[in-house]
Design a protein around this ligand. Structure first.
Ligand code: DC
Length: 243
């Protein structure tokens, strides 16, 4: 288990957005662990509610049915970066939310505005209650969920690099899913297109976000870059708090 080896001098709220496969989760978790901040994976919340819809027989392609049902499940996210958790109605959802069925359905479910409003409220509450600040990763955090975040970061990478990383990730869980790099690349591009073109809170870079292209960087380099950015805004905030 990683313990914080550096501390941010002031509690900060950090928004990290970007498409799948840019290293958002690995970076966010590691950075939060190093700086003693909480960590929230908002994609896991959208996946969890999608899993609940699928297991409860809700037609995920019917926005009215999804909107009607979305207030029913109770989603709870544990924000310790060393051991983040996600439960739905008290059931551990960490495994099933990574299934191919959930991945295929999550873009349609997360495009429903009523459902986004429910999940956005939940995310704001979690961020507001984080005692030492938090790193929140997703697609719409900097623009919609936490527009007043102390720091906004937008991670990008080429589709080839993203597909290669995703394939590596999938290898541990489902060897069959990992066999076809081209298929992974196509699936990522399709999901990005759906997430970027939806009407409500599309994937987009906030004007005041720092863009980090991770294509040619190692994970450690991305982590170091983000830690340095956070330490900068945190020190600035601590200075303002003292004055
Ligand atoms: O980060 P991920 O691949 O686990 O996210 C799964 C899906 O959830 C993604 O395709 C779009 C959706 N999502 C979203 O709409 N808004 C967020 N803040 C995070 C994820």
């Amino acid at each position: 288990m990683e313990t914080a080896d550096r501390t941010a001098p002031a509690a900060v709220i950090v928004a990290i957005d970007g498409p799948a496969g840019t290293g958002k989760s690995s970076t966010s978790k590691a950075v939060a662990g190093k700086l003693g901040l909480g960590y929230l994976d908002t994609g896991a919340q959208y996946r969890a509610i999608t899993w609940w819809m699928l297991t409860n027989g809700i037609d995920v392609n019917d926005p009215v049915a999804v909107a009607d049902a979305c207030v029913k499940p109770v989603i709870v996210s544990g924000t310790d970066p060393a051991a983040p958790t996600i439960t739905v109605d008290g059931l551990d959802a960490a495994g099933p939310i990574r299934s191919a069925e959930v991945t295929a359905a999550v873009s349609a479910v997360s495009a429903v505005p009523e459902l986004r409003a429910v999940i956005t409220d939940l995310q704001r509450t979690i961020a507001a209650e984080a005692p030492h600040g938090i790193v929140v990763e997703g697609r719409d955090i900097g623009i919609t969920v936490l527009p007043d975040a102390d720091l906004k970061i937008f991670l990008t990478a080429s589709p080839e690099a993203r597909a290669a990383r995703r394939n590596g990730e999938l290898k541990g869980t489902n060897a069959q899913q990992a066999t076809d790099l081209a298929a992974t690349r196509e699936a990522l591009i399709k999901r990005d297109a759906a997430d970027s073109s939806r009407k409500t809170s599309p994937l987009a870079k906030a004007d005041d976000a720092v863009e980090v292209d991770t294509t040619d960087l190692t994970l450690d380099q991305v982590i170091e870059c983000v830690v340095t950015l956070i330490e900068g805004v945190s020190a600035e905030k601590a200075g303002r708090d003292i004055r």
